[in-house]
Design a protein around this ligand. Sequence first.
Ligand SMILES: Nc1ncnc2c1ncn2[C@@H]1O[C@H](COP(=O)(O)OP(=O)(O)OP(=O)(O)O)[C@@H](O)[C@H]1O
Ligand SMILES: [Mg+2]
Length: 505
Amino acid sequence: MKEDISDMHDSGIIIETRDIVKTFGVVTALNKVNISVKRGEILGLIGENGSGKSTVTSIIAGIQPPTSGEMLYQGKPWKPSSMTDALAGGVGMIVQESGVIAGISIAENIVLGEIKKYGKLGLLTKKKMVADARDALLSIGIDDIDPALPAFTLDLQDRKIIEIARVWAKQPEVFVVDETTTAVSQRGRKILYDLMQRQKGAGKSVIFISHDIDEVIEHCSRLTVLRDGDVVQSLEKADFSLDTIKMLMIGRELKGDYYRSDYDGSYGESIALSARNLSGHGLDDVSLDSHEGEILGIGGMSHCGMHQLGKALFGVLKTSGSVMADGKKITNVATAMKKKIGYVSKDRDTEALILQAPIRDNIVSAGLNRIVKAGLFIFKKDEKAYSQKQVDDFQIKCSSDMQFVAQLSGGNKQKVVFGKWIGADSRIMILDCPTRGIDIGVKQAMYQLMYRLKKEGVSIIMISEELAELIGMSDRLLIMKDGRIAKEFARSPELSEAQIIDYMI
Ligand SMILES: Nc1ncnc2c1ncn2[C@@H]1O[C@H](COP(=O)(O)OP(=O)(O)OP(=O)(O)O)[C@@H](O)[C@H]1O
Ligand SMILES: [Mg+2]
């Protein structure tokens, strides 16, 4: 009896979903999902790529309506009509994909949804808006971004900071963070962790989505596991264990080695790609050689120049100095592709994929050489078989390979990018954060594939912000700082993250 009363007085639940169903045509993304979030907790939402995490949270945050089912927020029915409506009510979400409008100012992005409040944008109101935006940035500890500038002047990592400031400025009761920590810089990650703890400390709530098992264990108070649109389990902090969570994340036991297990670290003698004295776009006299059969890791802080280096090696960024592959100078993407260089970009939406096109077209766009049999003819049949193979190999979750990429979950989009270049018979693969947003099951498969390609003589240049992945996979590791290569490490069982960090900062 006593228990009942305390339950009635305060269940501690701030928001809950009841039998939420979401269908997209024939696809059932959510199948009667019940999730509840308590006050003062960081609820981790985990599950493999395509399990429904973004869909259910975007419904909670008003971005799309459910097909059926209901929600309760602070004990009352919750039916937000839009993201702005939800935010005004106290539920704000940092979305997985980019949520910033590049063509308008940073300030306008931060006050998005409230621009009306500023009336006609005369000089005075504009000043006020910029001041408000500056305050919003300061409240999350950012003082070096000028809100008066257009949003396109920021890189994608800093654009995420803008979204964080926008949501945080509304002091939400429920703060949803969807796979954001891998999209921001190290500084952004620290800000997010800090905000999540502040939220929890103030008795408010966080829904945190991540594939990174360490941060999930460190930050979450409780976990709810989704699998194929169903909630399969919830786990209290006391029951967190590495093995259990790994298993729940992908719905099966993770067998075999995660990274490669050898410490051989040898590679071919022939140079596959060489860069000499690259400068400009944040690079400062970078030279390197990558060899056949070598996994060359490149690490550093987010703004150390490593992402630009990847683009320069692929011929996207024009720098001074030279890049050579197979006796030819790489001056643009066309020459890079001719020399069988593949490139997986960190910014998958803007640089790597045509969202409003089918998976098949995206995959085939890099692998044309392989399916062009007689001169210029492309046989539809071959195209189909080729793209289906990539879909199967990477377990891309889709209704068919004719489904538009825009409709895929974040991780499945990333698999399309990976599949497109791997399948293209590339001899040199430049991979910039290739496993970002990928669940640990498929990640393991990607690592195994990289190792197999290495053994087949492919030269892999892996740029990454995950030190564990760099140490786990590289034959040789270059650490960059301020646009320069600061240190080189050879593969070794003794190599530790602490040793590397010294050279990064
Ligand atoms: N607009 C849409 N049209 C068709 N299907 C969709 C659409 N949005 C999502 N889906 C499908 O719903 C399912 C769940 O997707 P969701 O994005 O919620 O997964 P997720 O758990 O967030 O995965 P990830 O870890 O890869 O981000 C997927 O099969 C996805 O393809
Ligand atoms: Mg998602």
